[in-house]
Design a protein around this ligand. Structure first.
Ligand code: 13P
Length: 247
């Protein structure tokens, strides 16, 4: 399987930030892994134009569950595809927290993404309180089950395990904890989707940076990363791309 280095710019990035993409492509014209950046919606079309013909893929950070209609302020999966996106992040913990997105919302959005031909990058992860209570596998297992429609394949689905308490904090789970969750996710996906699950990319996300990427990428069932803060700078994201290419 081709591993995937994905960056989530969140609500960061102006037109001038596209110079980071220029620098990234200059430094990593042919990486040994897939490379994806998900800028804010305002930059998707411009970044996709910049990335055309390169190794970089571009994605959105959310989409509506419907393909069009009277939903002021929302963006459909078809619009993202039309702007040049190939992927969309769905069910990020910030959307689950800030916008009350439920597993069912994520499942409907995932179906919409697939209908528009996008790869869905579906996020799961426990809070610190849930981990302290020993509920991590139960929580991510329930999210995984309820957030995915039937019909997931290695080509249309990527899963990102992002512990909420590790996002933007500089803290990460131990390597054993990451390996435990990823092994569990693979087993759950295999139980539901069969052999296809062996090819689904399982990304780890939460305070991934150049200094910890190599040890995380060495773990079984870690097929890449979903990177927040460190994806904003070409030098940092490029170092993570290089670490994944070497894994
Ligand atoms: P950080 O890498 O900034 O911790 O963010 C992770 C994340 O939420 C990516 O979606």
């Amino acid at each position: 399987m081709r591993k995937l280095a994905a960056g989530n710019w969140k609500m960061n990035g102006m037109a001038a930030s596209l110079s980071e993409v220029t620098a990234l492509l200059a430094a990593h014209p042919a990486p040994g892994c897939e490379m994806l950046l998900c800028p804010p919606a305002t930059l998707v079309a411009a970044m996709a134009a910049q990335a055309r013909g390169s190794a970089l893929q571009v994605g959105g950070q959310d989409c509506h569950a419907k393909l069009s209609g009277a939903h002021t302020g929302d963006i459909s999966a078809a619009m993202l595809a039309d702007a040049g996106a190939s992927h969309v992040i769905l069910g990020h913990s910030e959307r689950r927290a800030d916008h009350g997105e439920s597993d069912e919302d994520v499942r409907m959005k995932t179906g919409a993404a697939w209908a528009a031909g996008l790869v869905a990058v579906v996020c799961v992860g426990e809070t610190e309180a849930q981990r302290d209570a020993g509920q991590t596998l139960a929580v991510v297992g329930a999210q995984l089950k309820a957030s995915l429609p039937e019909g997931a394949t290695a080509a249309n689905l990527v899963i990102a395990y992002e512990p909420v308490w590790a996002i933007g904090t500089g803290r990460t789970p131990t390597l054993a904890e990451i390996a435990e969750v990823h092994g569990f996710l693979r087993a759950e996906l295999t139980a539901r989707f069969g052999a296809e699950a062996g090819g689904m990319r399982l990304l780890y996300g939460g305070s991934v940076k150049p200094s910890n990427a190599t040890e995380i990428f060495a773990l079984a069932d870690v097929d890449g990363a979903l990177v927040g803060g460190a994806s904003l700078k070409a030098a940092d994201f490029g170092a993570i791309v290089a670490a994944l290419s070497a894994a």
